[in-house]
Design a protein around this ligand. Structure first.
Ligand code: GCW
Length: 695
């Protein structure tokens, strides 16, 4: 029976995927020859963390089991590795030569020569790289790989791999479903919750290197000296794990905190206020990452009030931070009243300013043009903006996907977006390639620039202070997968899930296959039982949990379900074709043509781009009126199958953890049924009206 992650007194699930309980002897044996001595470079905070991580994890994985062999593991930067091996001999050179750039690392085996002791080296030119290599090696052990298979060279795909916390200063979390905020502002800076380090360690284990601590709907007080002193303490803890701290800031801070009568980005007093704030910040936190800004979006203040543009606003802040090495992450999540098509708004707002942003500004764009729906086609700004750095914003917290209750593995959803070919520079211009090249399409013209200086992928965190960290024992899978994909978007999502399962639940093959069969189909299941064929935003108002396709009131037209699905007797779906809103033309050709033509539009995006007649025959041979209920039924069946599969795993999983997950899967199956029960009759009433009109 799986005994990993039993909480060790901190509550079920607290250890996340880092429980590191004893490996079964057959999986541990191939590593023993290397465990005679473990030599890890020390002297920087990140190196000390790597060293501590080896000690802690090796003890967990191998305990006081059979005796270790004569060989060694060496981890450090090249000079340390060479020195430890006694000079740069030919053999040693193969361990330290030709290393990946930056925070990349290599895991290498010394060539076996007669009489040599086996040696494994983790080498990087940076201390953070050594830390990432350490985690990669320990992951290889913990997932039951053999040493030869752990040999690798890795370079992160983007420079900023970031979690955005939507945590408010009162401890609540916007769209958080896992308890209260991690950050205990009332206790800081005096009391330092050990959770901060545990959080940072988990982030570092999957390569996350940036964390924005507070909600993008930002309170001005975050920049008060009182708070900055608290933040400096958190930043110190995160730094030891290679993580830079960011803050969300309120554009009106100079008024609300500084007592000025304007926040106009071109006003000298405003510029001076932000510059002074930056100086204060960097005196306290020398490696401070920068600001995340939500401006002129959903009521947040911004440059528009002063007749200025997004570029004016972002650039003013960027200049304040630039000399200290900070960056500005300016969000593109904007829309407004009286829109004919909300999905077109961000593109319309930002495209005119392409090329106007300072080099230390990144425009952060959500994966889709509406808002973190169960499925959306990629945001049209990816591939369209040429001269600006673009960061991706994913949502790890499941605002629209069953929140803390539904088991939905988001890896496949992110992968669909990362693999999408924008054709910005011809075939093969995938979103993942764009992001690595700095986001703007011009980056693709540069010869092999693997990691542009300003390249990033952010995820809105699903982390809170509950025992499991994320609301259930399964929700941490999305934190894990987010980090792994941000590091390497080419990873296979089932392989990522397998890693997580092996480290969280146990290395037994049958167990891994069994749990994979629960999580692997979960996203498509969710799409089917909530928003099949790319229906979108038909959730209940404001809290976004559960179905409400009939919602047709409320203060904003673009918060109404009927605005999005457009059901009528003629058909279903939002017409974004050239004869509709024209949204398709925000994509490049041939993507725009592909989406525009109902014959070639991928069915998975059908109702996003087309108002489809009820009697149109789809690829299944069924009409839309038949297909829609079939999809809902398929989603319900899939949710029920997930639960059955989990039930069948009972003999292999400890009762407490099994029951905790089963309780979530019960809710999910019941919710799936509710979606079907509400949506099918609602939509079919329009199809019936259409049939009546025809007869
Ligand atoms: O997803 C929506 C949420 C808001 C959120 C906003 C945003 C932080 O419903 O809660 O606000 O998007 O991304 O700014």
């Amino acid at each position: 029976m799986s005994s990993r992650n039993n909480g060790k007194g901190r509550g079920l699930g607290y250890e996340l995927w880092l429980g590191r309980s004893a490996l079964p002897p057959d999986l541990g044996a191939p590593w023993l020859p290397f465990l005679g001595e473990v030599k890890v470079e020390r002297g920087t905070a990140a190196l000390d963390s790597a060293s501590a991580e080896f000690a802690r994890s090796l003890e967990g994985l191998f305990g006081t089991g059979p005796e270790a062999g004569p060989g060694s593991i060496i981890a450090g930067r090249p000079a340390f590795v060479e020195q430890t091996l006694g000079g740069k001999s030919a053999a040693n050179g193969t361990l330290t030569g030709g290393l990946p750039p930056g925070d990349g690392f290599a895991i290498r085996l010394a060539p076996a020569a007669a009489g040599d002791k086996p040696r494994l080296a983790v080498v990087s030119t940076t201390d953070r790289g050594v830390l990432y290599g350490t985690f990669a090696l320990l992951r290889a052990m913990a997932t039951g790989m053999r040493p030869e298979a752990a040999v690798s060279e890795e370079t992160p795909a983007v420079s900023f791999r970031m979690l955005d916390h939507w945590d408010n200063l009162d401890g609540s979390i916007e769209r958080g479903y896992a308890g209260r905020s991690l950050w205990k502002w009332g206790e800081l800076p005096v009391k330092v919750d050990p959770r901060y380090a545990d959080y940072a360690r988990a982030c570092a284990s999957v390569g996350i290197n940036a964390s924005c601590l507070n909600n993008v709907n930002a309170a001005c007080e975050i920049l008060s000296t009182e708070y900055l002193e608290k933040i400096a303490v958190i930043a110190g803890v995160l730094r030891a794990w290679g993580i830079r701290t960011f803050l969300s800031v309120n554009f009106s801070s100079p008024i609300k905190m500084g007592g000025l009568n304007t926040a106009d980005p071109l006003d000298p007093a405003v510029i001076a206020w932000w510059s002074a704030k930056a100086r204060e910040l960097y005196a306290l936190i020398p490696d401070f990452g920068g600001f995340v800004v939500k401006a002129d979006s959903e009521g947040q203040p911004g440059p528009f009030a002063y007749g200025r543009t997004h570029a004016d606003g972002a650039n003013m802040l960027a200049r304040a931070l630039g000399s200290f090495g900070g960056i500005v992450i300016w969000r593109a999540f904007v829309y407004g009243h009286g829109e004919t098509d909300r999905a077109k708004k961000a593109w319309a707002n930002f495209m005119p300013h392409d090329g106007e942003f300072e080099p230390n500004v990144a425009v952060q764009v959500k994966n889709g043009a509406i808002d973190f729906q169960p499925r959306e086609p990629v945001h049209p700004l990816f591939g369209s903006m040429e001269k600006s750095s673009l960061f991706m914003e994913f949502q790890v917290t499941q605002e629209y996907l069953g929140q803390g209750n539904h088991v939905v593995y988001l890896g496949p959803m992110w992968k669909e977006i990362l693999d999408f070919d924008t054709h910005a520079r011809g075939k093969g211009s995938t979103v993942a390639r764009l992001l690595s090249a700095g986001g703007g399409a011009e980056g693709l013209d540069r010869e092999s620039a693997p990691v542009a200086p300003l390249s990033g992928i952010a995820g809105v965190s699903n982390i809170g202070d509950d025992a499991t960290w994320c609301g259930s024992l399964f929700h941490p899978l999305n934190w894990y997968a987010f980090g792994r994909l941000a590091w390497d978007p080419s990873l296979d999502t089932d392989a990522i899930a397998r890693e997580w399962i092996a480290q969280t639940w146990g290395t037994d093959r049958g167990l891994i296959d069994g749990i994979l069969a629960v999580v692997s189909p979960s996203w498509e299941a969710c799409v089917d039982y909530m928003t099949p064929l790319c229906l979108h935003h038909i959730m209940r108002e404001h809290h976004h949990y559960g179905p409400d396709p009939a919602f047709d009131a409320g203060e904003r037209e673009d918060w109404r379900s009927t605005y999005y699905h457009r059901a009528d007797s003629a058909g279903l779906g939002f017409d974004r074709t050239r004869t509709g809103s024209g949204g398709v033309d925000q994509y490049r050709k041939p993507v725009a043509d592909l989406f525009d033509d109902i014959e070639t539009c991928p069915e998975k995006y059908l109702l996003w781009f087309h108002h489809v007649p009820w009697d149109r025959v789809l690829s299944s041979g069924m009409t839309l009126a038949q297909e829609l209920p079939a999809r809902y039924a398929r989603g319900v069946a899939a949710a029920e199958r997930m639960r059955e599969r989990w039930r069948a795993l009972a003999p292999r999983i400890d009762p407490a953890r099994h029951a905790a997950v089963l309780a979530k899967l019960d809710i999910q199956a019941a919710d799936a049924k509710e979606w079907e029960a509400v949506c099918v009759p609602y939509f079919l009433s329009f199809a019936k009206a259409s049939a009546k009109e025809l007869s």
